[in-house]
Design a protein around this ligand. Structure first.
Ligand SMILES: [Zn+2]
Length: 304
């Protein structure tokens, strides 16, 4: 994995552009070509046509339900605050609307009245390269808010394609998503766990800062019988977060002269997810763990 030589983008004449498209960059083409290609790809609705096939044989539409007023207001609060939140990490906010969020039931009936079950999926998902976010039924309002924030942050993270040869044909294929690196030959996704961990930790930060005490969450979303403190702890805890906490802890301990806190170390990782520049985080891992291959090993250990 040649981290040191990345990224191979044409940065000549790149100004501080507003991000209109989900795809952040395309490697291996000139900046001018890149802009044209991104527009073309985003304009075509082909990506969205694939969604039913990807996630359910019957199509996703029959599972979608209306959002409640409370859910709409929660989504609006999330979308309103994302630009300010990711700016700290030099992220470029994506133009997203509540319509990009789709609440899906796990059971439905098709036209002839027969019952259809939705394919098993995680609690929420986003389709890379599109602004499509799917939200499945949630345990309680904490889980719901965390899932909405989590998927919205994934969508706002860096996403790039590369134009390269696959089975003798040139194709656009995913290259990077947040901290993840796609390996063309094997289809593996390196650093998947790290990417998830960073998004999960950012989700907690976002929730604490903007959502927990916002009326959209505090009073308008239906209250659960669950104990609130317990529901929050449950939504916030994950093995991935423990991993990134350990990594940042060790990096901080071994590089105390460079950082004021563990949080400052985490910010380097969050920056990588939002900008696609993983070099500073890669260098830190190499420096801390002390050998030349350690970053690649990290990728191997945390792949999907
Ligand atoms: Zn995720």
């Amino acid at each position: 994995m040649k981290i040191e030589s990345e990224p191979k983008f044409d940065n000549s004449g790149l100004k501080d552009k507003k991000r209109e498209f989900k795809i952040s960059r395309i490697a291996g083409v000139s900046l001018e070509q890149e802009e044209e290609i991104i527009e073309l790809l985003e304009d075509s609705s082909d990506q969205l046509k694939d969604i039913p096939q990807l996630y359910s044989k019957e199509g996703i539409e029959i599972f979608e339900r209306e959002k409640s007023e409370e859910e709409l207001s929660l989504i609006e609060t999330i979308l309103k605050n994302i630009p300010g939140f990711i700016k700290k990490y030099d992220g470029k906010p994506l133009d997203m609307q509540p319509e990009n969020f789709h609440f899906l039931e796990t059971k439905s009936h098709d036209k002839d009245g027969s019952e259809k079950k939705y394919a098993s999926l995680p609690a929420g998902f986003h389709l890379p390269g599109t602004t499509f976010i799917g939200i499945l039924p949630q345990r309680n309002r904490y889980a719901k808010a965390f899932t909405l924030i989590h998927e919205a942050l994934h969508s706002n993270a860096f996403y790039s394609l590369t134009y390269s040869e696959v089975d003798t044909k040139k194709k656009f294929i995913p290259r990077r998503a947040g901290f993840k690196i796609f390996r063309r030959k094997t289809g593996e996704e390196y650093f998947d766990m790290i990417d998830e961990a960073i998004i999960e930790k950012l989700t907690i930060r976002f929730f604490d800062k903007y959502i927990e005490f916002d009326p959209a969450f505090a009073v308008s979303i239906e209250l659960d019988s669950d104990n609130d403190e317990h529901a929050k702890t449950e939504a916030a805890c994950s093995p991935n977060v423990e991993i990134i906490d350990k990594i940042t802890e060790v990096i901080y301990r071994k590089n105390k002269a460079d950082f004021e806190s563990k949080d400052q170390v985490f910010d380097i990782f969050a920056h990588a997810v939002m900008t696609g520049n993983i070099l500073p985080a890669a260098r830190l891992i190499k420096k801390t763990y002390g050998n030349r291959t350690s970053f690649a090993e990290f990728g191997e250990l945390t792949k999907k």
